[in-house]
Every structure is written in structure tokens, then in C-alpha cells.
Design a protein around this ligand. Structure first.
Ligand SMILES: C[S@@+](CC[C@H](N)C(=O)[O-])C[C@H]1O[C@@H](n2cnc3c(N)ncnc32)[C@H](O)[C@@H]1O
Length: 374
């Protein structure tokens, strides 16, 4: 991996910040922000990574920080004020990355960071409904401003689903048994999905689900042994959060936008926290490095093996295996333990280059424009 002065100066923690940005040193070393560069933090949260990037890029650099949770920006008003000239915050899901940057006249950047999932702060606020450990409304929307109203949990479930109003309560109280089982199985990788869905549908006839504890108690009751290492509600809560926030669709669209936006030598870094996300990132990056490669295995036609044709690569992987936090970081921040970081770089040749800002040098420079069939 390229060593830079930025790497040597990378801070391990941001002074005065309660929240600990995950894999902070690794992110800075890999993104290797250059002075005067333009960067995107697609998941601003409490701004830990944004702040580290700002420290590296100097007064002429810019960061566009996105978050679908408006409160993230309200909570960090001091940081925003402090970097008013360099930092632009945008309240939007990162699937809209390209569009919101285009509106601001930005068509290429030197780096994009995704630190997926919810922030510690969101998890720690019972009223957001993300945690089964504290009691709160069964909400789980990252963007509570979507419909401008309070969570719907204290009212009878509406008959019709409307996208902006989708909460975890709405899903568990109105989706049929098969739909619930599919959500738990596919997005929670929960092998007891059918049993759980049947128990929810039976219980809600008399007691519609309104709180996180109510759902967690049911799961504790019907899966007494639970999974060996995790609480019995972990997988169902993960699945509901993914469904409410359409997290995998967001990731698919966000990754596509990020790769499109990278200038020559630009880098995308993604930190994921569960295997569904990490698998998607791994496959998307593999395809970017070798566009003719299918998501997994060789291209098989009905009765013939289709030979992919080699092309000049447009990207190279910066991480063959994902980077993970060391024991020291896990000891300081136990929530970092499932983090996996992957990174990719757009190679020089054929990419967009914003005027006046040189991209970092790449190790391999293809003589032909990337994408050329050999
Ligand atoms: C793990 S936190 C990021 C923490 C941040 N890196 C820091 O150092 O403080 C993830 C943040 O991304 C936001 N988020 C998650 N998915 C999003 C999406 N699809 N679009 C925009 N923001 C998203 C969440 O609201 C949350 O604030």
C-alpha cells in the first residue's frame, strides 16, 4: 500500500470527540487524502472520519458530507461552523450521491468513504428503536424526517404501505407471514425465520407490536437457547433495519455512484459491519476490477462456457482481504469488532479529472485507455 505523509500524520482519535470513528488510521492511510483534493464522506454520522479528512486536505480541499439523518448535522453544528468554507453537508441518502454533487457542479472527486450502518449515537438513543437492549418505539428509520411526523407506533397500523412511512412496527404488524419470514431469512440470515414469523403473526392478533422490548421479549421466549454467541433478537433487528431503510439497494446504488465519480487515482473506501454488506462490496469491487467477471464463478451459458475477453483494467483493489480492527481498537470500542474495510482505486487512463487537481500517482498505468478490449 502507498505510504504517504498523510499516513504518518494520521490521528488515532479526534481530540474532544466522544464518538470513536472506526478504523480511523486505516481509512486515512488508504484514502490518502491529498492537499486541495475533493472528498465525499457518504456517511457523516458524528463526523469523525470527515474531521480526519479535513485535517489532511488543507484549506484548499473540500469535503461533501452526506447523511440521511438530519440530526447528525444538527448535533455537530460546531464542526460544521468551524469548517464552513471547506465542508458542505447534504441531507440525502447516498444513493443520490452523483445527482447531489452534480447539482453543485462536482463531477469527479479524489475519494469517497462509506462507513455503513447506524452510528453509536443512533443505537444509544432508545427513541430511535434500533436497539433491543433498551425500550423504545419500534421505528428504525434512519431518516425520521421522511414524512415529517413522529413514529407511527402508537396508532393502529395503516392499511397501506407508503415508502416514507415504513417503520419496523409497520412491517411486523402488517406484512404477511411469508413476507416476514423472507425478510428475516434473507436480510438477517436467521435460520428460524419461519418460526419467528409465525409467532409474530399469532401474537399481533391480540397485541400489535409497538416497542423494541416487546419484540425482543417474544424472540427471547421462543428461542430460549438463542444463538451461541449472540442475543436471539440480533438477526431479526438487523433484518428489520435493512428492510426499513432499504440498505442493500442504497449500497448497490451508492457504490455505483462512487466508482463513477472517482477521478484518476481516486479511491473508494467502504467499512461494512455484516456479511451481506461485505459480500456486496467485495463482488462490486471484483466486477469493477474485471468488468467481464460475473458476480461469482465463470460465465456459463445454457450449454457452453462463455470466454470473457480481457480488457485494460479501470480499477485495482487496494485490499485483497478486508482490513479489520486490531485488539486495541476492539478493546476501546467493542462495536468496531465486526468492521471490515475494503478499498479500490481508479487507475489512470480514461477517467474524469477535475481541473487543477492532480490525482495521486498510481502503481500501474495502462498504456491504453481503461476498458479497451485486448
Ligand atoms: C456508522 S455511522 C458513520 C460514523 C462516521 N463515520 C463518524 O466517524 O462519525 C453511519 C451514518 O451513516 C448514515 N447512513 C447510513 N446509511 C445511509 C445512506 N444510505 N445514506 C446516507 N446516510 C446513511 C447513518 O444515518 C449514520 O449517521
Amino acid at each position: 500500500m502507498r505510504q504517504t505523509t498523510a499516513e504518518k500524520r494520521a490521528p488515532l482519535a479526534i481530540p474532544g470527540q466522544k464518538h470513536r470513528a472506526v478504523l480511523l488510521q486505516e481509512v486515512v492511510a488508504t484514502l490518502a487524502p491529498i492537499p486541495g483534493g475533493t472528498y465525499v464522506d457518504a456517511t457523516f454520522g458524528d463526523g469523525g472520519h470527515t474531521q480526519a479528512i479535513l485535517q489532511q486536505i488543507g484549506p484548499n480541499g473540500r469535503v461533501f458530507a452526506l447523511d440521511r439523518d438530519q440530526t447528525a448535522f444538527q448535533r455537530n453544528a460546531t464542526l460544521l461552523e468551524h469548517h464552513a468554507g471547506q465542508l458542505t453537508v447534504i441531507h440525502t441518502p447516498f444513493s443520490q450521491l452523483q445527482a447531489v454533487l452534480a447539482e453543485r457542479g462536482v463531477f469527479a472527486v479524489q475519494g469517497v468513504l462509506f462507513d455503513l450502518g447506524v452510528s453509536s449515537r443512533q443505537l444509544d438513543e432508545p427513541e430511535r428503536g434500533f436497539s433491543f437492549q433498551a425500550d423504545g418505539p419500534l421505528d428504525m428509520r434512519m431518516d425520521q424526517a421522511v414524512d415529517g411526523s413522529a413514529p407511527q407506533t402508537d396508532r393502529p397500523p395503516p392499511r397501506q404501505k407508503s415508502p416514507g412511512r415504513l417503520t419496523a412496527a409497520l412491517i411486523v404488524n402488517t406484512f404477511d407471514k411469508d413476507a416476514l419470514a423472507d425478510i428475516f431469512f434473507h436480510w438477517g440470515e436467521e435460520r428460524h425465520a419461519r418460526r419467528i414469523a409465525a409467532a409474530i403473526v399469532a401474537d399481533r392478533q391480540t397485541h400489535p407490536f409497538t416497542t423494541t422490548r416487546q419484540l425482543a421479549s417474544l424472540l427471547e421466549r421462543i428461542m430460549p437457547g438463542g444463538h451461541a454467541a449472540i442475543h436471539p433478537a440480533t438477526r431479526v433487528f438487523q433484518a428489520l433495519r435493512i428492510a426499513v431503510n432499504r440498505e442493500l439497494d442504497e449500497l448497490q446504488d451508492g457504490l455505483r455512484a462512487a466508482l463513477d465519480l472517482l477521478a484518476d487515482g481516486g479511491r473508494a473506501v467502504v467499512i461494512s459491519f455484516h456479511s451481506l454488506e461485505d459480500r456486496m462490496v467485495k463482488q462490486r469491487f471484483r466486477q469493477a476490477v474485471d468488468p467481464l467477471l460475473p458476480p461469482s464463478g465463470p460465465l456459463l451459458g445454457p450449454d457452453l462456457l462463455v470466454q470473457p475477453r480481457p480488457t485494460v483494467p479501470c480499477f485495482r483493489l487496494l485490499t485483497r482481504k478486508p482490513l479489520t480492527p486490531g485488539p486495541e481498537e476492539i478493546a476501546h470500542n467493542p462495536r468496531s469488532r465486526s468492521a471490515r474495510m475494503r478499498a479500490i482505486e481508479r487507475l489512470t487512463g480514461g477517467a474524469k479529472q477535475p481541473a487543477g487537481v492532480p490525482g495521486p500517482a498510481t502503481l500501474r498505468q495502462p498504456a491504453l485507455p481503461c476498458g479497451t478490449v485486448l
